[in-house]
Design a protein around this ligand. Structure first.
Ligand SMILES: Nc1ncnc2c1ncn2[C@@H]1O[C@H](COP(=O)(O)OP(=O)(O)OP(=O)(O)O)[C@@H](O)[C@H]1O
Length: 254
């Protein structure tokens, strides 16, 4: 296999400047195919901006982004999604009055060009139902499929978000703080869930919880002030003096 064939995502000198402020500063990032790659760093390090760049929600000031060897720099989010890169939806994008099932149906419907016409075809509708059931089962929401989303617990809503990403059947899945705001039980359940759905895909995720990072990531990139401070396996990175200092600095601040 060629080197580019093993790379799912690659950025070179990727930079985003907001009114003179370098939020992402010359980042070289390589995410290997099939890898689970964590982006960590103190608040304001540029993690969200990097995510937005990788998914086309923010256009870079300079630098390049490639997906499986293809240059996607400057492409729109839909075009990036069409190349198999999908990010998690935020809870705020869930409709509280719809059930989990309806929510997943809506996500699948968005994938079809036929739109509403699609739903009039009984045959396709049946095939679709099976897929909806499968997605709900994957994230453990089968028993709650017909409950309005507004009545779901926080952790269950986060699981539903993952089902919406999975509906796109992405090759590369970007998860923005999948365990943020969760209690310990939900955190451990989510770790298991992400591990399961990561099989056969490439995952990039941001998380502040080092237990999550250590449990899931085979590679960790530490950002600080928009730059890559360190990169490596979790155990290498967490013992890196510069990383310890960056985090202690943040703790002092707090
Ligand atoms: N649209 C914008 N306009 C101006 N500045 C921005 C914009 N988006 C982000 N920034 C700045 O860029 C820097 C990096 O922000 P970013 O949200 O990417 O950091 P982060 O690592 O995700 O932080 P957190 O962990 O707090 O979510 C911050 O200083 C932020 O204020």
């Amino acid at each position: 296999m060629t080197t580019s064939g093993r790379m799912a995502l690659r950025t070179q000198a990727l930079t985003k400047v907001f009114r003179g402020f370098r939020a992402v500063d010359s980042v070289d990032l390589t995410v290997h195919k099939g890898g689970v790659h964590a982006l960590v760093g103190p608040n304001g390090a540029g993690k969200t901006t990097l995510f937005n760049l990788l998914t086309g929600f923010v256009a870079p000031t300079s630098g390049t982004i490639t997906v499986f060897g293809e240059d996607i720099t400057g492409k729109q989010p839909e075009q990036v999604a069409r190349r198999g890169v999908a990010r998690s939806f935020q809870i705020t994008s869930l409709f509280e009055n719809l059930t989990s099932r309806e929510q997943v149906e809506l996500a699948l419907q968005g994938l079809t060009r036929q739109g509403f016409r699609f739903w009039r075809s009984q045959k396709l509708l049946g095939r679709h139902r099976a897929r909806v059931d499968e997605l709900l089962a994957q994230v453990g929401l089968t028993p709650l499929a017909d409950k309005p989303v507004g009545l779901l617990a926080y952790g269950q809503k986060r699981a539903l978000e993952l089902a919406l990403v999975l509906a796109l059947d992405p090759q590369v899945m970007l998860l923005d703080e999948p365990t943020a705001g969760m209690g310990i039980e939900d955190v451990d359940r989510t770790i298991e869930l992400v591990r399961r759905i990561a099989a056969g895909r490439t995952v990039v995720f941001v998380d502040h919880n080092m237990h999550v990072v250590g449990s899931l990531a085979d590679r960790v990139t530490v950002l600080q002030q928009g730059k890559v401070l360190a990169e490596g396996a979790y155990d290498e990175v967490r013992n890196d003096e510069r990383v310890i200092t960056a985090y202690l600095g943040e703790a002092d601040h707090a």
